[in-house]
Design a protein around this ligand. Structure first.
Ligand SMILES: [Zn+2]
Length: 309
């Protein structure tokens, strides 16, 4: 019996050579629109009586070039230890945190969850990777593209999800500064038939299947590479005391083009757009909304899709 029949040697080699025992590339079920124009047909979930998309909260942060990435447990209605740190730091004041407060505010802003919207799509046109055409994948979109789909639902209705007599979503991805911009995307003017609904639904995903939620302790361990995050849980039972910070503060990277809309930005750097940041949910998290500096963590799908480590 040939072992090679059961073990993909090249892929296994790649896994063993990866820092975490697994290449940290994008989930293969996800599809990233190429720069330029591409077309998809949105599809329902293969679940009766369901909403055809899933709202996902996600944490992503780049700490010293290390990618920290996790689905926020609030996506499935659970408490989240990262959110607890994010919002505590985000609203840290000099009274309790001394001269470190401003740094913690930035760190907290970067750790906040961002909102993504998962849709099943049939890829109709992908000029960059034509082999994707005809594939059913999951498109993770930011709020700006979701707003276009939302408008399509208002204007066209169910037919935006109809493969047999419906409308393609034409995705126009442009580079705006360091961020991709999707704002000129639209639905096709002509309805078309791209396949039988039963066939396509067989290949569509139950969107919650793409969600892996780690336990609190796993999440805390993952993000504890950030010293301040680690200290938060080490000293959890104690009242935070003002800290005297000596020497140079660690730098937090904030992009210059803060006015650009980070829709699906290929960077981890905090940008400035509150629209993608999930709203705080508990009472303690909502205080100080008026002083919201609207820092945002950028999306990392593009980066992950290009990683080959
Ligand atoms: Zn969270």
């Amino acid at each position: 019996m040939g072992l090679e029949k059961f073990i993909n040697v090249n892929q296994t080699e790649e896994y063993f050579n990866s820092p975490y025992g697994k290449p940290s590339r994008l989930d293969e079920r996800l599809w990233i629109p190429p720069m330029g124009d591409s077309r998809v047909r949105l599809l329902p979930q293969p679940v009766e009586n369901s909403v055809p998309y899933l709202v996902v909260q996600r944490h992503s942060y780049n700490y010293q070039d290390q990618i920290l990435w996790a689905i926020c447990p609030k996506t499935i209605g659970q408490k989240c230890p990262i959110c607890d740190v994010a919002w505590t730091f985000y609203y840290a004041t000099p009274e309790t945190y001394g001269s470190k407060a401003a740094y913690l505010n930035n760190l907290g802003a970067g750790l906040r969850p961002i909102t993504r919207f998962y849709f099943n799509v049939l890829i109709v046109s992908d000029p960059e990777n034509p082999e994707n055409e005809g594939e059913v994948k999951v498109l993770s979109m930011g709020r700006k593209l979701w707003n276009i789909v939302q408008q399509g639902w208002k204007d066209i209705g169910l037919a935006i999800f109809d493969p047999e007599n419906g409308y393609d979503l034409i995705i126009r991805k442009r580079q705006m500064g360091q961020f991709p911009d999707y704002t000129t995307s639209s639905f096709a003017r002509q309805a078309s038939n791209v396949g039988k609904i039963e066939d396509l639904l067989e290949r569509a995903y139950v969107l919650t299947d793409l969600i892996t939620v780690y336990s609190d302790s796993e999440l805390i361990e993952m993000f504890s590479v950030i010293p301040e995050f680690r200290e938060f849980y080490e000293g959890k039972s104690e009242t935070p005391t003002p800290k005297v910070v000596k020497g140079k503060m660690p730098e937090i990277k904030v992009p210059a083009e803060v006015e650009t809309e980070p829709e699906d930005v290929g960077t981890f750097l905090p940008g400035v757009d509150s629209s993608e940041v999930a709203e705080p949910t508990s009472e303690s998290e909502t205080k100080g909304q008026e002083s919201d500096t609207t820092l945002d963590v950028s999306d990392i799908d593009d980066i992950l899709s290009n990683l080959d480590v």
